[in-house]
Design a protein around this ligand. Structure first.
Ligand code: FES
Ligand code: FES
Length: 161
């Protein structure tokens, strides 16, 4: 398919590219924009490693064609950091050592960030459903991930007063 000019925002910065509209967003982020924090796992919309936020909602970027992001705002894991310091949810995952290989974690942090922005105190069933539906972790880090989630939820509640 012929290239088309597409403009959008990534982590608050305007981007304009001429590429096939069929190009999966994950390839654009990693190869064209050098944002390697977005991981490519299955490439088939099954594992959640490639999750980014599109207008604040989590999407699997391997399953998101470039044309569908025209005029929209994308946030990647790099956009959650303040300069070179980790963002608050990232810091909690680090403190809890909530990863083994870490391959799934960036996508999970994006989903956790979106869920807590939408619903500051989700119950355990909602958390498990959200993570189960969207993410695979093959390392057995689920217990640590849930501990990190609980701490992130408490931090959001404290900051809301
Ligand atoms: S790489 Fe996108 S869901 Fe697995
Ligand atoms: S920590 Fe390895 S896949 Fe989740």
């Amino acid at each position: 398919m012929a290239d088309q000019r597409i403009t959008f925002q990534v982590n608050g910065n305007p981007v304009e590219l001429s590429l096939s509209g069929d190009t999966p967003l994950v390839h654009v982020l990693r190869h064209d924009l050098a944002l390697k924090g977005t991981r490519l796992g299955c490439g088939e919309g099954q594992c959640g490693a490639c999750t980014v936020l599109l207008d604040g909602s989590p999407v699997q970027s391997c399953d998101t064609p470039l044309r569908s992001v025209a005029g929209r705002e994308i946030t990647t894991i790099e956009g959650l950091s303040d300069m070179d310091a980790p963002g608050p949810v990232q810091q909690i995952f680090l403190d809890e050592q909530a990863a083994q290989c870490g391959y799934c974690i960036n996508g999970i942090i994006m989903s956790v960030t979106a869920l807590l922005a939408r619903e500051p105190r989700p119950d355990r069933a909602a958390i498990l459903a959200h993570l189960d539906e969207r993410h695979l972790c093959r390392c057995g880090a689920q217990g640590r991930i849930l501990r990190a989630f609980d701490r992130a939820m408490s931090a959001v509640a404290e900051s809301a007063g």
